[in-house]
Design a protein around this ligand. Structure first.
Ligand SMILES: [Cu+2]
Length: 468
């Protein structure tokens, strides 16, 4: 599962015209552990083909990607392709116990999927905080495009480039209406792309990636180096003027932050006006190390059950959209209402696998209504919603305080068993996750080579309750 295998893989998917023939792109990934001291402190890490981050995968829309995984770890693993639509082969999503058996030590597995209905930057979970590097534009270049992929597990980040304003131009792989800012916020699992105009005196400028978490004041620094500048050789960061303090707060009130609720898709993509189904999830801390969405934590042992994509007996009460609750059919529109029911101030950056969702509303003071329609008709909170140009992301944030709420809306456009979970790794591990069955009535038959894998016959008591 993701907690085990933390390699990073980057994807770049490009738009192509349909006249270009699609091709198959094949990769061999050998996963092994190695010792690394990349930041001066030694620790074991899991590498792909000896490297971390792993190899870059580049594909055009319509291409088929084949990744042959050879697990040389002493632990089970899978690979989740974060944000990638598994349109016609839902068994490739890489979630053990949900879409596949985990890949046992010394076993192999073949992922095979087609890049369709999307473009942009995607990734596979990694763990060393943000993925960024020094960047050097070519001489005479007026703009530089930089992708940030937050593959971390805990720190919400503030991104800035000393002395440069920039435009946020894409989020989670989708182009957005450009936002001109001094700093941009990037939370766990999110990707943003920025365009920086190179109109300052040629030189080295610090690219700052600063944690917004109170527990640790920490900042990573990359360098934006103009081609005409002298090569920077010292160990100290460039002596340029930052927009942020060491804790990520702005040094001046007049500076502009990115507004993530204003990242409208470009070109326009409004959400469907109404929903067919509503799911409500109340986030609660139910024990020292258990976090629940409604009923109880989705226990870690569930990843070792036969995958619930085809084994109905593995589903349990943390799986939604099962026959018992009424199928959510392919093509239908779903609202998910998150509310913060915990008396613990903590952020919850959710990640939704497969179909992306519009973030149509946020608010405070609880969500006592049955649906969005009910909230608007009887709660008088119409001003808390945006049905015109809300952001379209593969996750959303739930506010820190008790009673904070967020509503997302999405259309099921292909069948999937989709995980929905908090990306704070210790919340995820403590059960803050559910599975949503989407359009499974129209799912293709599962290939026998996916079902017929070496796996443990571990059968725990299938009850729900506190983990500790
Ligand atoms: Cu959380």
């Amino acid at each position: 599962m993701a907690l085990h295998a933390r390699q990073i893989i980057f994807f770049i998917f490009s738009l192509t015209t349909l006249t270009i023939a699609s091709r198959i792109r094949r990769y061999n990934f050998t996963i092994s552990s190695k010792w690394s001291a990349a930041d001066g402190h030694g620790r074991p890490l899991f590498a792909i083909n000896g490297q971390s981050p792993g190899p870059l995968i580049e594909a055009d829309e319509g291409d088929e990607i084949e990744v042959f995984v050879d697990n040389q770890l002493g632990a089970e693993t899978t690979i989740h392709w974060h944000g990638v639509y598994q349109v016609d082969k839902p068994w490739n999503d890489g979630v053990p116990g949900v879409t596949q058996y985990s890949i046992q030590p010394r076993d192999t597995y073949l992922y095979r999927f087609t890049v369709q209905q999307q473009y942009g930057s995607y990734f596979y979970h990694g763990h060393f905080g943000p993925a960024f590097a020094d960047v050097q534009p070519k001489q005479g270049q007026e703009w530089i495009w930089i992708n940030f992929i937050h593959s971390g597990a805990h720190h919400e980040l503030q991104i800035s480039v000393d002395e440069h304003e920039f435009f946020v131009v894409a989020a989670d792989g989708e182009f957005v209406h450009p936002q001109k800012v001094h700093v941009a916020n990037c939370n766990l699992g999110e990707r943003i792309s920025i365009l920086v105009r190179l109109d300052k005196t040629p030189g080295d400028y610090a690219i700052r990636v600063t944690s917004l978490r109170e527990e640790q004041v920490i900042q990573g620094i990359g360098i934006l180096r103009y081609a005409a500048a002298q090569v920077y050789r010292g160990a100290e960061p460039p002596d340029t003027t930052p927009w942020v303090h060491l804790n990520g707060s702005l040094i001046d009130r007049t500076l502009v932050k990115m507004d993530e609720m204003n990242l409208a898709p470009y070109p326009k993509r409004p959400p469907p006006p109404t929903a067919d189904h509503t799911l409500k999830f109340s986030v609660n801390m139910t024990g020292k190390s258990s976090w629940a969405l409604n009923i109880g934590p989705h226990q870690a042992f569930r990843q070792q059950l036969p995958p619930l994509l085809w084994e109905e007996g593995s589903r349990g009460v943390t799986t939604y959209g099962d026959k018992a609750q009424g199928l959510m059919k392919n093509g239908s529109v779903v609202d998910i209402i998150f509310s913060n029911g915990a008396n613990v101030s903590s952020q919850h950056p959710f990640h939704k696998h497969n179909n992306k969702a519009w973030i149509i509303g946020t608010g405070t003071g609880g969500f006592p209504w049955a649906s969005v329609e009910d909230a608007i008709q009887n709660g008088g909170v119409v001003d808390r919603f945006n049905f015109v140009d809300p952001p379209l992301r593969d996750g959303c944030r739930l506010g820190n305080e008790t009673g904070d709420w967020t509503v997302i809306r999405y259309q099921i456009t292909f069948p999937a068993a989709s995980m929905l979970h908090c990306h704070m790794i210790h919340h995820f591990a403590a059960g803050q996750q559910v599975v949503i069955l989407e359009g499974v009535e129209s799912m293709a038959p599962i290939p026998t080579d996916v079902k017929d894998r070496i796996h443990s016959n571990f059968q725990p008591p299938l009850r729900y309750g506190p983990l500790d």
